[in-house]
Design a protein around this ligand. Structure first.
Ligand SMILES: [Zn+2]
Length: 424
C-alpha cells in the first residue's frame, strides 16, 4: 500500500514536471501592471480534485479535504507519524499561490509531522490552525520548520521549498489551512446577516460556471443615482483582501452620522465573492473555466466577470453614475495599484487623495503605490471600471501576512476616508 502510494506520488510529480516545463511564466506571472500580451480567456480544462478521507497508519490517522475550500491532492505515510502531503494546482500555467486546506484527526492522540510539498511552487502561505473551521490562529513558530530556504527577501523565490509542521492531534479534527476559511456558505451568512439591516438588499446577478449564485449586496435605500462598485476575491486564496473589504463594507453600513449621510448620497454595490467555484474547490487562482478572472475584463468569456459587466451596464441604463471602484486583492505585502493621472487626469486625482489620507492616518505602516499607465486592453477589472464606466478605480492589495487587526483597521479607515472625500 505504502509503495503504491509512493509510486502514485512519483508519477504525479513527473507528470506535473513535464506539463509545466514549457509554460509561459511571464504571462502567468503578469500582475496587471505594465505592458502585457492579450491572454485568451476562453475556458480551459481544470483538474477536478478528488474529495474524501484518507485513512492511514492502520486506519488510526485520518486526513480530509472534503469541505468547502479543501485542497489536498495526495499523502504519503512515511512512518513514525510523519506524513508528506502533495498540493497541486487546478491547471497550469498559474500564478504561484499554492492554497492548501485539510483536516487531520486520529483515534489515538499523538504528535504528527506533516510535510507540505507543492506542484511547481514553494511554501508561500504560513499555516493557520483551527479546531472548528471558523476561528483560526497562526501556527506557533516552534512547530514550523521551513526546508530549503529561498533566496532574497520578497516573492515566491524567497519562500522555502517545503515546510514541516508538527501538531498534536486527537479525535477532534484540526484544520490546517493556508489562510482563514471563507467559503461560499460562510460568505453568504455574512451577506444575510448584513441584509437584516433595512437599507441593505442582496440578490443574484448570475451564476458561476458550476452554478453557484453570484451575490450582490446593494447598500443604501435612497433614490440616488450615484454609485460605487466594490468587488473582492477574484483570486481564491486572497483572504486578506476579502477581510479588508469586509471591514470596509461594515463601516459603510455603520451607525455613524457620516455613514448615514453617505448612504443617502450613494448606493454601494458589492460583489464580495467573485469566484465562488474557485474558492469552494480550493483553487490557487482560477475559476472553474481554468481562467484568471482578472484577465477576462476585455473578452468576457467567463460567467463571473460577465455577470458584473451586465449588472453595471444595466445600472448605467437606469441612469446610475459610478464615482469610485475598488477591487480588493492580496499579495506579498500591502500595495496600491491605481491608474496614473497621466491617463485619468483631474478625474483620477481623488484616488491619490484618498491614498494620501489613509496613509496619514496609518502612518505606522508604509504602503507602496504603483501607478499604472497601461489601460488598454482593459483585461483587469480596474481598467474596465475606468474605461467603460468612467470610474476612478484602484486595485487595493493587502499582504498575505498583514496582521488581521490591522487589516480590519485599514478597511475601516479606507471607508471613512472615501466617504469623507465623496461627500465633499
Ligand atoms: Zn489577486
Amino acid at each position: 500500500m505504502k509503495l503504491a502510494l509512493r509510486l502514485i506520488l512519483l508519477i504525479t510529480f513527473l507528470l506535473t514536471y513535464y506539463s509545466c516545463k514549457n509554460t509561459k511564466k511571464t504571462v502567468a506571472g503578469y500582475q496587471g501592471q505594465g505592458p502585457s500580451p492579450i491572454v485568451s480567456t476562453k475556458s480551459k480544462p481544470v483538474q477536478k480534485q478528488w474529495k474524501g478521507v484518507w485513512a492511514l497508519t492502520d486506519s488510526t490517522t485520518f486526513f480530509s479535504n472534503d469541505f468547502e475550500g479543501g485542497r489536498l491532492n495526495g499523502i504519503v505515510d512515511d512512518g513514525n507519524n510523519h506524513y508528506t502531503i502533495l498540493i497541486t494546482a487546478e491547471n497550469t500555467p498559474i500564478n504561484v499561490s499554492p492554497w492548501y486546506a485539510f483536516k487531520a484527526w486520529t483515534t489515538s492522540p499523538r504528535r504528527v509531522t506533516i510535510k507540505l510539498t507543492y506542484q511547481d511552487s514553494r511554501s508561500r502561505y504560513y499555516p493557520k490552525i483551527s479546531s472548528d473551521g471558523l476561528h483560526f490562529k497562526v501556527l506557533d513558530s516552534l512547530n514550523y520548520k521551513p526546508i530549503n530556504l529561498g533566496e532574497g527577501e520578497f516573492g515566491i523565490n524567497a519562500a522555502p521549498e517545503f515546510a514541516e509542521i508538527t501538531l498534536a492531534i486527537d479525535e477532534n479534527p484540526t484544520w490546517i489551512t493556508a489562510q482563514e476559511l471563507y467559503g461560499s456558505t460562510r460568505v453568504k451568512q455574512w451577506i444575510d446577516s448584513l441584509s437584516t439591516l433595512q437599507f441593505i438588499k442582496n440578490y443574484e446577478i448570475g451564476k458561476s460556471k458550476e452554478g453557484r449564485p453570484l451575490h450582490l449586496l446593494e447598500i443604501g435605500n435612497s433614490d440616488t443615482k450615484k454609485g460605487i462598485m466594490i468587488i473582492s476575491r477574484q483570486h481564491p486564496p486572497e483572504v486578506t483582501g476579502f477581510l479588508a473589504m469586509k471591514s470596509f463594507i461594515e463601516t459603510v453600513c455603520g451607525t455613524t452620522k457620516e455613514a448615514i449621510a453617505f448612504r443617502e448620497k450613494y448606493k454601494v454595490f458589492v460583489s464580495p465573492l467573485m469566484n465562488p467555484d474557485g474558492v469552494d474547490n480550493g483553487h490557487w487562482r482560477h475559476n472553474m473555466g481554468g481562467i484568471d478572472l482578472n484577465r477576462d475584463w476585455e473578452e468576457f468569456n467567463q460567467p463571473e466577470t460577465s455577470g458584473v459587466r451586465d449588472f453595471l451596464t444595466t445600472k448605467n441604463k437606469e441612469g446610475f453614475e459610478f464615482d469610485f471602484g475598488i477591487d480588493f486583492h492580496s499579495t506579498w505585502d500591502d500595495i496600491y495599484y491605481p491608474i496614473d493621472t497621466v491617463v485619468t487626469k483631474e478625474k483620477g486625482k481623488i484616488v491619490f487623495d484618498w491614498i494620501e489620507n489613509i496613509s496619514q492616518r496609518l502612518a505606522s505602516k508604509k504602503t507602496n503605490i504603483s501607478a499604472s499607465t497601461k489601460i488598454d486592453p482593459t483585461m483587469v477589472s480596474r481598467n474596465y471600471f475606468y474605461v467603460n464606466h468612467d470610474m476612478p478605480a484602484i486595485v487595493f492589495e493587502l499582504g498575505d501576512n498583514t496582521p488581521r487587526p490591522f487589516l480590519k483597521l485599514k478597511g475601516r479607515v479606507a471607508a471613512e476616508e472615501l466617504m469623507k472625500l465623496l461627500m465633499e
